[in-house]
Design a protein around this ligand. Structure first.
Ligand code: MTE
Ligand code: MO
Length: 320
């Protein structure tokens, strides 16, 4: 099988622009290290790799600091106690208690499907292989609330470059852990477990798309999707799938858990869009957790400049 040079999958102009727009987002520097660490390394090799460089917690003062728009970070307390994680419960404030003893070590992520280099990585191998950088992203839930979260993670593109999608691969499919013994919410037969999400390949390669292993300078807590979760900041929060065990490159558009349970309410794209309402509620405004009044919701959650070209010529009302 033919190897695809990464330049073929990732348009060159995006590479040339990435420095500039990452700078605009306050993401300087570290991404070069991520790329360097991944270049020309066989995916499953056991060779020595650069140690990851987590942000020390004292560099991140709780609730202090802002995103690139000047919006204040949501407090650690709010980020870690107000959660959507239906594998535990649909009660946002109940997740933290039920998730307290959830075992996320040992943990393996299987990567396969239409790739040249399939394999399984332990979470320790993931941490060794992909140095993390800090990224402050807004997260907008489809229910109309939002947060500003300082994540630690790495670009999904780094992992994709290692596994080398074949020419047939068009989408990435993600799957969360399935373990009804440990996850009481999975006894709820209303949902087609496991939780599944998907991205188009170009969305997956986008520089903003990341796999997170930490927030506020420490490893993810179970309620936030420990030990590894997706973060796609321009899409509604439900796309950012937690506690991932499987990543597959596929030819057909994956059917997500939400598309399967309520196809008229949840589409594949789920781009944040104040002009396209959810059938049961408006998307024009949102409440920032920790604030009282509502604020206008921004197109693509404020990342329009970076991502709108992914959807050129698409009807965003039809492709919701
Ligand atoms: N596996 C899994 N991933 C998930 C969810 C879930 O229920 N299960 N909820 C989603 C929703 S609706 C949102 S808004 C975010 C919430 O992330 P947070 O709790 O870390 O803020 O996670 C998303 N990822
Ligand atoms: Mo959500």
């Amino acid at each position: 099988m033919r190897k695809i040079p990464s330049a073929e999958i990732t348009p060159e102009n995006r590479y040339l622009n990435r420095k500039e727009f990452l700078k605009a987002l306050g993401i300087a520097g570290a991404s070069a290290a991520v790329l360097a660490a991944c270049q020309n390394k066989p995916f499953l090799a056991g060779e020595e790799l650069a140690p990851s460089s987590p942000v020390s917690p004292d560099q991140l003062l709780d609730g202090a600091g802002t995103d690139e728009l000047g919006d204040t970070l949501t407090s650690f307390e709010n980020v870690t106690t107000y959660n959507n994680f239906y594998e535990f419960t649909t009660d946002k404030e109940g997740v933290v208690k039920l998730a307290k003893d959830f075992q996320t070590s040992p943990w393996e992520v299987r990567i396969g499907g239409l790739v040249e280099n399939p394999g399984t990585l332990s979470i320790d191998e993931v941490r060794d292989r992909y140095p993390v950088e800090e990224r402050i992203y807004r997260m907008r839930c489809v229910e109309g609330w939002s947060m500003v979260i300082p994540w630690q993670g790495f670009q999904l593109s780094a992992l994709l470059e290692d596994v080398q999608p074949t020419a047939e691969a068009k989408y990435v499919r993600f799957e969360s852990i399935y373990d009804p013994q440990a996850l009481p919410g999975q006894k709820n037969i209303y949902f087609p477990w496991p939780y599944v999400e998907g991205l188009r390949l170009d969305e997956a390669y986008h520089d903003l798309t990341m796999l997170a292993t930490g927030l506020y300078g420490q490893d993810l807590l179970p309620q936030n999707g420990s030990p590894i979760r997706l973060v796609v900041p321009w899409k509604y929060g439900f796309k950012s799938i937690k506690s991932i065990v499987k990543i597959d490159l596929v030819e057909e558009m994956p059917v997500s858990l939400w598309m399967e349970s309520a196809p008229n309410e949840y589409g594949f794209y789920a781009n944040v869009n104040p002009n396209v309402d959810h059938p049961r509620w408006s998307q024009a405004t949102e409440r920032r957790i920790g604030e009282f009044s509502r604020r206008p919701t921004l197109m693509f959650n404020g990342y329009e400049e970076q991502v709108s070209s992914l959807y050129d010529g698409m009807d965003l009302r039809k492709n919701f």
